[in-house]
Design a binder for this molecule. Structure first.
Ligand code: F6P
Length: 537
């Protein structure tokens, strides 16, 4: 693989001065450097990838043994080697068949849990499962990370399909989050979902206890309005939630990949089990595409290769995700966990240091809002930020079609502007029209130059439906997988989050004043001192 990486480096040097726009002298460029999955189009023609570079990137995937790794994942091999686990979120959305883990077919149990979720959701939505003051009007999902971001992102994304109870999401241990959420709700008609795979996460358990106290103050049997989504049956029972209202999943569903199963219960309550099935079937459609489409027409493979070209070959340390779709406002945050917790690693599968940078920083905001905030840097800043645009061909508001036309125009215009830029001569003409002349014209013109040549991709889909959202989420999941395989890292553990958790647990009694906190560093001691002084006032 080293040889291919080096060839890519050479390629990067060779094309460094070539404007992306020059590639469009080939009238077939847009068609050749885009691919479809059904009615979804991924266009990467506005990058500096040409046929030779694409060939090298495809060689990289082949040399990494991508096809075999992919089959290993889908068939239940324990590819999460540092935790000794299979990686089977794809089984949660599989339309049928069997998947063996440790010689046992896991599908019957998955289907049984999904059927229980469906029955429960129908009862809540139909009013047969009610609160102690009447039908459930509000659902509060208490969870964090993968037990929050997926359902929170998807419930917002699918607002046009939301016909169930209102959904709220509490994640932060900051009491402000739970307090501000609960104060608007009636405990007698609220269902609380405690979503935690481990049922030990301190933020979630603290919020769950606060919610239970809040409910106990008004209803006779608070536990009756609690549901748990967790693999830890003993802990859910100890919390007081009976087994009939616990929806479990196995350790081969990673937190950030868990929206497809019980962690998606709030989404199922919001949009109903049939539309939740559509979401799952969208994921399954992308799985089938990922498994069978040839690499050069395979969306997750291409998205990953574009990512690797930008981050690992050209060295751009961040990438922006820019959904021109207000309802995907939480997608960048969702992808931050998916991509950065998965591929933000400093060690290879073999335990050695990676030779290339691993996952880039992922960030973003919906368009057009971002245009009025950070796009200045995207266009004229000294760092190049590869941009990933997402947009629907059609919105959900037929009466507001003119809004959607403007939205689309902005998405397409931004990606064109990033590539095209504005030359000094064009800027001079603008400065002249503004009445400048001589040296002042030169000075003014330089401020109006856009270097251009900034890469972007566009994912365009017909309309944001449950099925399309399922395809988009699965597309990004597989992209992360492909990048991880090529980088030779484990995308499915997250040891990097442990130390901070341990130190927070150790510091809590120090802040409470029950532990002297021996061995703390000077900065932490000084900060604690500030808090103590403030508290003693
Ligand atoms: O802090 C990292 C993490 O383990 C995530 O991977 C996970 O999604 C989140 O915490 C929540 O974990 P749990 O569902 O066990 O509460």
């Amino acid at each position: 693989m080293d040889r291919i990486w080096m060839a890519l480096d050479a390629r990067a040097r060779a094309v460094a001065e070539r404007p992306i726009s020059a590639l469009f002298e080939d009238p077939g460029r847009a068609a050749a450097f885009s691919a479809r999955e059904g009615d979804m189009l991924f266009d990467y023609s506005k990058t500096n990838i040409d046929a030779e570079t694409l060939e090298l990137l495809l060689n990289l995937a082949e040399a990494a043994g991508l096809a075999a790794c992919r089959e290993a994942m889908f068939t239940g091999a324990k590819i999460n080697e540092t935790e000794g686990r299979a990686v089977l979120h794809t089984a949660l959305r599989a339309p049928g068949g069997s998947v063996q883990v440790d010689g046992r077919d896991v599908m019957p149990e998955l289907r049984a849990t999904l059927a229980r979720m469906r029955t429960f959701a129908e009862m809540v939505r139909g009013g047969q499962f009610a609160g102690q003051g009447g039908a459930i009007t509000d659902v509060v999902n208490i969870g964090i990370g993968g037990s929050d971001l997926g359902p929170a992102m998807a419930v917002q994304a699918l607002a046009p399909f939301h016909d169930g109870p209102r959904c709220h999401f509490v994640s932060n241990v900051d009491g402000a989050h739970v307090a501000d959420t609960l104060k608007r709700l009636n405990p007698e008609t609220t269902l609380v979902i405690v979503a935690s795979k481990t049922f030990t996460t301190i933020e979630t358990m603290t919020n769950a206890e606060t919610a239970r106290d809040w409910m106990a103050a008004r209803v006779a049997d608070p536990a009756a309005q609690f549901v748990a989504l967790s693999s830890a049956q003993e802990r859910t029972q100890a919390f007081g939630i009976p087994a009939g209202r616990v929806f479990g999943f196995e350790d081969w569903v990673g937190g950030r990949y868990s929206v497809w199963g019980p962690i998606g219960l709030s989404l199922m309550l919001a949009i109903g089990p049939d539309r939740f099935d559509d979401f799952l079937s969208g994921g399954a459609v992308m799985d089938a595409h990922f498994r069978s489409a040839p690499p050069r027409g395979n969306l997750p493979v291409l998205l990953a290769l574009v990512g690797l070209w930008h981050a690992q070959v050209l060295g751009h340390p961040t990438r922006a995700v820019l959904p021109y779709d207000q309802r995907l406002a939480r997608l960048p945050a969702y992808l931050q966990q998916l991509e950065m917790e998965s591929n933000g690693k400093g060690v290879t599968m073999q335990g050695t240091r990676p030779l290339r940078p691993t996952g880039p920083v992922v960030w973003g905001e919906p368009g057009t809002n971002g245009q009025h905030a950070f796009y200045q840097l995207l266009h004229q800043g000294t760092q190049v930020v590869p941009c990933e645009f997402l947009v629907a061909a059609r919105g959900h508001e037929p009466d507001l079609a003119h809004h959607h036309r403007l939205l689309l125009a902005n998405a397409l215009a931004q990606s064109a502007a990033l590539m095209r830029g504005r030359s000094l001569d064009e800027a001079r003409a603008i400065a002249a029209r503004a009445g400048h002349a001589g040296d002042e014209l030169e000075r003014q013109a330089r401020h109006r130059v856009f270097a251009g040549n900034r890469p972007s991709t566009m994912l365009i889909y017909p309309q944001l439906t449950p099925q399309v959202l399922g395809r988009i989420v699965a597309l990004y999941e597989h992209r992360v997988f492909v990048e991880g395989v090529i980088l030779g890292i484990n995308s499915f553990d997250q040891w990097g989050v442990e130390l901070g958790k341990e130190l927070a647990t150790a510091l809590a009694p120090v802040i409470a004043g029950t532990d002297p906190g021996a061995g703390l560093d000077g900065s932490t001691r000084a900060l604690l001192q500030f808090v103590a002084e403030f508290e003693s006032r």
